[in-house]
Each structure stands twice: as structure tokens, then as C-alpha cells.
Design a protein around this ligand. Structure first.
Ligand code: BES
Ligand code: ZN
Ligand code: ZN
Length: 481
């Protein structure tokens, strides 16, 4: 799907107008003469909220009424754009044009204009790799007409970030017999070569030499070796600063291990358990594609979690990379085991901030559903607020949960330094407290268990892997002062 800016409307192409009270006459003025005449009578009817459509054999116009400009939320425009893309494919169009203009100053102008660049890509996404008969969408190109002074930067950036998001969807949707930990690392390597970020992959021997006990323990039940992948982005012109680090959970399939998941259906979608690592890869592609001048490092521990004959076992005590001990009481709490080693490893880079992303707990999913992700932070409040604000602007919303000290009491073990589960209550929080132990820097943890995957289609986020958090991370990092 290609998105390009256009300077005028082509009278031969299907045309979608996104009308506000303020831009109505501006947009109608762009329409070819005979059509405009025919519409003029309708113009009064086409008040701010009324949508209308005009179709002749030669011309198709769809106009969506969005109300007053000042009250227009980017998410409303995104959803309306999604509807337009759906209709265009339904009508088997190959090339369409989208027109939206702003008349006044709008505090969310950037996100409104970016919607035009991102939604055609996000809405047109398909995963057809394993279909013998590939029923491709017909839509190949969307021309975007808009008027903001920053339009060329914003639209092209948004398209690039959306494409990075669809790369993550591909990674999440890949079946686990294809996307092993080694394959995940290879894909990261290929993308690094393509986009110009550094990729170093540690194999099992190196992981062993580095004493990554958590990652090795989870990997013991598997036939396939683990990987640990380090991404580096420090473009010319980036400030000489402490790095920002992104850590992603890369469990390429989670059976639960010996503490096997209780039902077949609870395993149905567990190829999505590498969505955190996927988001990190996607964020790097987005940062590189848009040339964001920051120093960023990505860390991705990866393995599958299986009940093979040598599998790590409830009651095992595992010595982690930081030398502390963990009593395993549920092998299905594997994400924190592998993330803990990455979080310890992150210390050596003296980061200004570390953000981990993980499909970590059913508890987070149960708490807020796929409408958002659960966020934990011990970083300073203004930075945390900025991340939450990015979440609202790109509509990858975060809700902050506590990291109160007494939740750690729930992780006390009789024989080791801590255990890997905290009991039936506050599961997302005790998981975050477990992770926090392995940090010594400002830390944010995002539990993306619910929004990383959709069972049914959800607007422009689609069905199955959503690529969640790429747009969030790109927005947050690219706007850091
Ligand atoms: N990968 C799962 C969490 C998950 C659940 C992700 C649903 C996506 C959708 C994770 O490894 C897990 O199994 N967590 C357990 C932890 C428990 C054993 C303490 C959970 O949340 O049930
Ligand atoms: Zn698990
Ligand atoms: Zn898991």
C-alpha cells in the first residue's frame, strides 16, 4: 500500500472527503466542476455531521461529516478513514484519494494529519503468507490531499511508522513452527541490515557464558535453542546521551511448560507471546525509517516455553544473571524469568530509562481488556506523564498501576530470594515487582497481554497480531526533548 501527497484532486478517481463544519466549502471547492454543481444543492443538507455519497458511472464521491473541527478527535478521523478503506476494497478500487483540511489551529493537528498517512496502511493489512489462494485487497494506492504546513513530514512519517507496525503484525502472525527464537533473531538481523540499525545475536553458548540463568531455565524444555538479540540505534547527530533501552519478551510460543496451560483454548494464540519483542523490532524500524536522532538500545531474550523432558520444573531454584535465586512455582510465569536477565544486562549501559514490553499476565488482560495496556513506572512523573500522553494521542492507551513496595512481600520464597509467582491476586503487579528487582535505573514496564492480539477484527487494528506499541514508542521517543 502506497500513500502519497497530492496537490489537487483527480476527477477520475474515487474521492473520500472528511468534512468538518469549517472545511466543508474548502473541500467542496476541490471537486470537479460538474460534480460540484450537482452537489451545491446538497451542500446545505451536508451540514457538519451529515455524510453523503454521490455516484455516477464516471465519479464516486463519499463525504463523511465529522462535526466541528475543534472537537474532532484523531481517533474519530482514524475510524472514519478505516471505513473508507474498507469500502474502497469492497468496491474493488485500486487507487483512491482522501481529502481532509484544517482551517484553524488544532492542538492535535499532528495526529489528525498523521491519521491520513497511517490508516490506509494499517487498514489495508493482510497476512496471506500461508494461503494458497491469495485474495489480495485491490487497493494499492491512496493519494492524500491536506493543507498543513507540516504535511509532508507528518504524512510520510505516519506511513513509515504504520508500515513498521505491519511488520510486527507479520512477526506475531507467523506460526511458531516457522518463527523460532533463532528465526526471530534472523528477522531482526535482516531488518537491521535493511534499515541501518545494529543487530548482535547471542547464541546459546554465549547466553550460557553470560550466566543468563532465567533464559536458560525456560529454554530447557525446548528442542530449539534460545537467542538474545541486541539492537543498537545511534544515528549521526544523536545527542551523546545515556541510552534509552527497550526490552521485549520474545516467547515464540508459550505452552505454559510443565505447568501446562489449563485449557487448549488458553494456548490458542500463544504465538503472540513474542509481541513485546516484535514491538521492539518495530520501534527500531520506525525510528530508523524516520531518522529519529536518539540513542536507543533494544534487548530481546527469546525462546519457546515447552514441557520437554528436561523442562524446568516447579520447585526448581534458578540462579539468575544477577546472582539472585528464584524458586519456580509455576513454569507458565516464564516471561519474567527471561526478562529479568535482560533487565539485569541493561544496567551495564547506564540507561536514562528502560521500557519493557511484554504479554506478561492474564491478570493485566482481565483488568482492562484490549482497550489499553497496563503501565508501571518508577521513572519521574513528568516522563511517565509524557508516555501516558503519547498513549492517548496515538490511541494506544495506558493505565498506570502501582509499584508499591508491599506487593513484593507476595513474592517471598521459603528457600530462595524470591519466587516467580505472587498468588492469585494482583498478578500483573506482582509480575512487575518481580521485574523491578532486576533494575537499578528509571523503569517503565508495559503489560501488553491484551492489546497485542485481537480474536476478532477491531477497526484499523485488525484481527490477530495488532503491532501494538510501535506507534506509541515512536511518538514518545520522537517527541522526547
Ligand atoms: N503469556 C502469558 C500471559 C498471557 C495471557 C498473554 C493471555 C496473552 C494473553 C504468561 O506467560 C502467563 O502464562 N502468565 C501467567 C502467570 C501466572 C502463572 C502467574 C498468567 O497470567 O496466568
Ligand atoms: Zn506463560
Ligand atoms: Zn508467556
Amino acid at each position: 500500500m502506497e500513500v502519497k501527497l497530492i496537490e489537487a484532486l483527480d476527477p477520475t478517481l474515487p474521492t473520500y472527503l472528511f468534512l468538518t463544519q469549517e472545511n466543508l466549502s474548502q473541500l467542496l471547492a476541490l471537486i470537479p466542476e460538474p460534480v460540484r454543481k450537482a452537489l451545491e444543492s446538497k451542500e446545505k443538507a451536508a451540514d457538519a455531521d451529515a455524510s453523503f455519497s454521490y455516484r455516477t458511472p464516471e465519479f464516486h464521491l463519499e463525504a463523511y461529516g465529522l462535526g466541528a473541527e475543534a472537537a474532532l478527535e484523531p481517533e474519530k478521523l482514524r475510524k472514519t478513514l478505516h471505513g473508507a478503506i474498507g469500502q474502497a476494497n469492497h468496491l474493488k478500487y485500486k487507487n483512491i484519494q482522501l481529502a481532509f483540511t484544517l482551517v484553524g489551529e488544532h492542538p492535535k493537528a499532528e495526529y489528525l494529519v498523521k491519521a491520513l498517512g497511517e490508516i490506509p496502511v494499517l487498514s489495508n493489512y493482510q497476512f496471506l503468507a500461508y494461503k494458497s489462494e491469495k485474495k489480495h485487497n485491490t487497493l494499492l494506492e491512496a493519494g492524500v490531499y491536506t493543507n498543513h504546513a507540516q504535511k509532508s513530514t507528518w504524512v510520510s512519517q505516519a506511513t513509515a511508522v504504520a508500515k513498521a507496525t505491519t511488520l510486527v503484525r507479520d512477526l506475531v502472525n507467523e506460526p511458531p513452527n516457522v518463527l523460532t527464537a533463532e528465526e526471530l533473531a534472523r528477522r531482526a538481523k535482516d531488518l537491521g541490515e535493511q534499515w541501518g540499525f545494529g543487530v548482535e545475536v547471542w547464541d546459546k553458548a554465549r547466553i550460557h557464558d553470560e550466566h543468563m540463568g532465567g533464559l536458560l531455565a525456560v529454554n530447557r524444555g525446548s528442542q530449539d535453542p534460545p537467542t538474545y538479540t541486541i539492537l543498537t540505534w545511534k544515528p549521526e547527530g544523536a545527542p551523546d546521551e545515556k541510552p534509552l533501552i527497550l526490552v521485549g519478551k520474545g516467547v515464540v510460543f508459550d505452552t505454559g511448560g510443565l505447568s501446562l496451560k489449563p485449557t487448549a483454548s488458553s494456548m490458542d494464540y500463544m504465538k503472540c507471546d513474542m509481541a513485546g519483542a516484535g514491538a521492539v523490532i518495530g520501534a527500531f524500524v520506525a525510528l530508523a525509517a524516520t531518522g529519529v536522532k536518539r540513542h536507543v538500545i533494544g534487548l530481546m531474550p527469546a525462546t519457546d516455553n515447552r514441557p520437554g523432558e528436561n523442562a524446568y520444573t516447579p520447585n526448581d531454584v534458578v540462579t539468575m544473571m544477577d546472582g539472585s535465586t528464584v524458586e519456580v512455582l509455576n513454569t507458565d510465569a516464564e516471561g519474567r524469568m527471561i526478562l529479568a536477565d535482560a533487565l539485569h544486562h541493561a544496567k551495564q549501559f547506564k540507561p536514562q530509562l528502560v521500557i519493557s514490553l511484554a504479554t506478561l499476565t492474564g491478570s493485566a488482560a482481565a483488568a482492562i481488556g484490549s482497550q489499553g495496556a497496563v503501565a508501571f513506572s518508577n521513572a519521574d512523573d513528568s516522563l511517565t506523564e509524557k508516555l501516558l500522553a503519547s498513549g492517548f494521542l496515538v490511541h494506544e492507551r495506558l493505565v498506570r498501576f502501582p509499584l508499591w513496595a508491599d506487593y513484593s512481600d507476595m513474592l517471598k520464597s521459603d528457600i530462595a530470594d524470591r519466587k516467580n509467582i505472587g498468588g492469585p491476586k494482583a498478578g500483573a503487579i506482582t509480575a512487575a515487582k518481580f521485574l523491578e528487582h532486576f533494575t537499578d535505573y528509571p523503569y517503565v514496564h508495559l503489560d501488553i497481554a491484551a492489546p497485542a492480539w485481537n480474536d476478532k477484527p477491531d477497526d484499523y487494528r485488525g484481527k490477530n497480531g495488532t503491532g501494538w506499541a510501535v506507534r506509541l514508542l515512536h511518538d514518545f521517543i520522537s517527541h522526547l526533548a
